[in-house]
Ligand binder design. Sequence first.
Ligand code: AHM
Ligand code: MG
Length: 333
Amino acid sequence: MNKTLTQYLVEQQRQNKLIPSEVRLLIEVIARACKRIGHTVGKGALGGVLGNQGTENVQGEAQKKLDVISNEILLEANEWGGQLAAMASEEMETIHKIPNRYPKGEYLLLFDPLDGSSNIDVNVSIGTIFSILKAPENATGREITEEDFLQPGSKQVAAGYALYGPQTLLVLTIGNGVVVFTLDRELGSWLLTQENVRIPEDTKEFSINMSNSRHWDQPIQHYIQDCLAGSTGPRGKDFNMRWVASMVAEVHRILQRGGIFLYPWDKRDPSKPGKLRLMYEANPMSMLIEQAGGAAVDTVNRILDIQPSQIHQRVSVILGSKNEVETVKKYFQ
Ligand code: AHM
Ligand code: MG
């Protein structure tokens, strides 16, 4: 019989002393919310949850109904438990402080409630990404501010994602490797199906939105050209390409069989450092990737070392199989 998420977390708390009980409870609540989001996603047209909401988020992107519903589910689920001081989300301009009617805890939760929004209406895998930080020591007893969230990804206490695909999965790290739980839809429980996930160090599969190629910077142009040249080119091997346009699906494929994912800075809007957001997309994914033996950089710098200056800050992302990420770094040097 597979271990449940609760059993796994209790073991990490009691035997391995890797997490305090607050973090265990927090992860359980997030997992429960993701179960609910997954259920809602699965209803599709029958639940009236497809299509646009008719509003824009702080990033100026059209919100889908499911972006808003998922955000609400996560806020509601996590407000009252007493583990959190505040939350931040892709779908909210400012941080959401825990209302005064509930006890406050010392942790901060960040999330992208529904990642891969362009795939919702076409029934392709989407997900929820989350990151847990501890509020700074000096925040005890005072109002939490946005500055309290601005910690490098290396400070994350835990990170993970739920993937709503053919199977509903929860992929988690508490800084002790990466584990995967599969939702048993009959039992309604998350069951441990993979431990000690390791990313192969070498790969022949890259993942980038090729339609942006004319906007890329020189190093990315060269790298992709060399991959495309195949076995007779400088890389001496034939590459395969995949682009789902859901980062959760892309990262999951890389965790399972290796690969490299790139969403680099490009010239479309040079003032933006990239498309993906550092604090609730790049950081949690980078922690998972590193915990599974991979690497994650912006160009040459480790993503987890970046000191954020804004919660919605964007970043260039290159992550996946360790040796391939090293190869890309050389094109920038
Ligand atoms: P979202 O959080 O609004 O869904 O945007 C993030 C997504 C990533 O999941 C994915 O890697 C990328 O945007 C796809 O972008 P594009 O549509 O430019 O290919
Ligand atoms: Mg996203």
